[in-house]
Design a protein around this ligand. Structure first.
Ligand code: NAP
Length: 279
């Protein structure tokens, strides 16, 4: 029987993770089966325990349960501990292991997918929810000159920044929190990790945040990302959606479970083509 994995969330029907992991499994010759599991909003822990008891080997966790994952695990990676949230569980017999692969997925997509090294750059991170929390630590570890975290609820940006102060100092990065209205001008990289695109908005921050030739990344993808991407292009930036990050974070989870690292570029190409062909 194939080893079983799944993505757990609510909603989860839209998730492309099963297609991505099926492609990784074909490419690497791993015998796995990967499905979607819709969890009741008040029933995540019961659902994940039932999946593990039924023979599951590990899972991904998506909205809105990522903050519930660390307390279920016997061991957390440093990046999951720093984020206070995790998107990957491996059901080890000795105790579950939790990790957060979102941030390393974003960093790989920016540096290798978009070809923009982060070292020495000025970065604006918009959003301090689950995604913002997951990506901040790995962004800092890439040693940009500065990261400003801007959030609609300013207190949450401050809280996220204060959790990362020592990590930022260790990596020589200036780190600050800001409201959305005036986070600063002319950043080299702007990451929209807020849910604004889900609500049909173009951008939660003013166009002055984009420096000449800036890279603007929306973690959203598909039609919902189009207004942000159009806003970024109109301001002269290079625009990128969240599909590259989605494939990269999945590859890191696959590596955690299977010990092999799949090639991401062909899987991203196939995913883009299938989304473009979708009605
Ligand atoms: P979340 O935990 O619900 O957080 C939502 C964040 O968006 C909060 O910071 C919230 O601000 C902010 N926000 C909501 N509406 C806003 C608006 N109208 N204007 C400005 N800010 C607004 O959600 P999440 O897990 O962080 O997910 C955020 C986005 O990232 C989603 O679109 C998700 O699909 C995407 N994502 C993509 C990937 C990928 O692999 N590509 C991975 C993870 C997440 P407040 O604090 O003020 O509420």
């Amino acid at each position: 029987m194939s080893d079983r994995y799944a993505v757990l969330g609510n909603p989860v029907a839209h998730s492309r993770s099963p297609d991505i992991h099926a492609a990784f499994a074909r490419q690497t010759g791993q015998d796995i089966e990967y499905g979607r599991l819709l969890c009741p909003l008040d029933g995540f822990e019961a659902a994940v325990r039932e999946f593990a008891a039924g023979g599951g080997r590990g899972c991904n966790v998506t909205l809105p349960f990522k903050f519930e994952v660390p307390r279920l695990a016997a061991r957390c990676s440093d990046r999951a501990r720093l984020a206070g949230a995790a998107n990957t569980l491996r059901f080890d017999a000795a105790g579950w292991f939790a990790d957060n692969t979102d941030g390393i997925g974003l960093v790989r997509d920016i540096e290798h997918g978009a070809g923009v090294p982060l070292a020495g750059r000025r970065v604006l991170l918009v959003g301090a929810g689950g995604a913002g929390a997951g990506v901040l630590g790995p962004l800092l570890a890439a040693r940009p000159a500065e990261v400003v975290v801007a959030n609609r609820t300013l207190d949450k940006a401050h809280a996220l920044v204060s959790r990362h102060v020592s990590w930022a100092r260790e990596h020589g990065v200036r780190l600050a929190a800001s409201a959305l209205e005036r986070p600063g001008d002319a950043f080299d990289v702007v990451v929209n990790a807020s849910a604004s695109s889900l609500q049909g908005l173009s951008s939660p921050v003013p166009p002055e945040v984009l420096g000449a030739g800036a890279l603007a990344v929306d973690l959203m993808y598909g039609a919902a990302a189009a207004p942000f991407l159009a806003w970024a292009r109109a301001a002269g930036a290079t625009a990128r959606d969240g599909l590259g990050m989605l494939v990269e974070q999945a590859a890191e989870s696959f590596h955690i479970w299977r010990g092999v690292r799949p090639l991401t570029a062909p899987v991203l190409l196939a995913l883009c083509a299938s989304l473009a062909a979708a009605p």
